[in-house]
Design a protein around this ligand. Structure first.
Ligand code: AMP
Ligand code: MG
Length: 333
């Protein structure tokens, strides 16, 4: 256990918000909550500040950052918004939706990993939005965790992962959704593609766009030079403990699993279980399961289990797909 953490947690008092915004405006890093997960934010137009994000996370330079904005006007300074992009923005912003669009010339190459496109989102979290407004900066912010590990959904998670590498963490409580944004590739408005599943469903996006969206999931391999969507790395969001996935873990199966392996179910079983059995919800709501998933993976990862036997979410709803996407990446060797 480390005792000399550098990072400090800040409560969202007006004075602290002004202070943290000033840190950002001067090129510093601030970890802050969004409704999806906690982000590690920096001025998206400041090359040095963005470099510091990559350094703190140990993130490869080939993995571009999402730029967070407070208004559509600000989004236009970062990306070129087609009429289709504007329609999507009107329908889903602020919210857990990121669009990949042609970039404006002012966006530094470090943010986009040299791509001609940029990822933009208007988050719904009032504290994150206030940081953008107070700092006057569009904020580049990937998840506030060491590269490849489980994304943080609380300020404590951020401190546990980056506490020795960053100084400022805004504590805004647990992220409501708990899973990263849906990423829609709209570089070509006539050929939209889903790059990462999240809380906003493909169906909802298709109905706003009035056209079919192809799914580019799982088509990208880790060694491609510039990743269209690096969240798409097959192995990502990974605890150290190995994970095995199963469609349904029955009572009989649970009894066969060794006592030094954990069992992660979606819903609390109605039968008595052993102390290696964990669940995400008591009644089975997927929003609750998504909200708790990463915290549970961290808890189990700290529990010295030999393995985590996890059950996948049933159905093909947006959250089921998003949960299963994260579980399958977490389980990839
Ligand atoms: P995260 O670490 O969760 O913030 O991940 C940021 C995500 O944004 C990455 O996983 C990429 O998929 C996506 N992204 C950022 N910029 C671009 C871009 N120019 N083109 C495609 N995807 C992008
Ligand atoms: Mg991430």
């Amino acid at each position: 256990m480390s005792t000399k953490l550098r990072a400090r947690l800040y409560r969202p008092t007006p004075a602290n918000m002004v202070f943290l915004a000033r840190v950002l405006a001067r090129g510093g890093l601030v970890a802050a909550p969004t409704e999806t997960v906690y982000g590690l934010a920096a001025d998206a137009l400041n090359v040095k500040a963005c470099k510091a994000i990559f350094k703190a996370k140990g993130r490869p330079a080939t993995d571009p950052l999402i730029v967070h904005v407070d208004t559509v006007a600000q989004a236009r300074t970062i990306a070129k918004l087609s009429p289709e992009a504007l329609k999507v923005a009107k329908a889903f912003w602020p919210g857990p939706l990121t669009m990949v669009l042609p970039k404006q010339p002012g966006v530094p190459a470090i943010v986009t990993s040299g791509l001609t496109s940029v990822a933009v989102r208007m988050p719904a979290h009032p504290l994150f939005r206030r940081l953008i407004r107070l700092s006057g900066c569009p904020l580049a912010a990937p998840s506030a965790n060491p590269f490849g590990y489980v994304s943080p959904t609380t300020a404590e998670h951020v401190k546990a992962g980056l506490g020795k590498r960053i100084q400022h963490i805004l504590n805004g409580g647990a992220s409501k959704i708990g899973i990263e944004s849906t990423i829609l590739d709209l570089r070509d408005p006539f050929h939209p593609a889903l790059l990462r599943p999240g809380a906003i469903s493909l169906k909802a996006l298709q109905s706003v766009l009035g056209r079919r969206i192809i799914s580019s999931l799982h088509k990208i391999t880790p060694n491609e030079k510039a990743l269209p969507a690096p969240g798409m790395l097959t192995c990502h969001y990974s605890p150290r403990t190995p994970i095995d996935l199963a469609n349904k873990i029955t009572q009989t199966r649970i009894n066969e699993i060794p006592a030094d392996e954990a069992v992660l179910l979606l819903v609390k079983p109605t039968y008595p279980t052993r102390n290696n059995v964990f669940w995400l919800t008591t009644k089975g709501g997927l929003p609750k399961a998504a909200h708790l998933l990463f915290a549970m993976l961290r808890q189990l990862d700290n529990g010295r289990w030999q393995k985590i036997n996890a059950e996948v979410a049933p159905g093909r709803s947006a959250l089921a797909m998003a949960i299963n996407d994260r579980l399958s990446r977490a389980s990839a060797k």
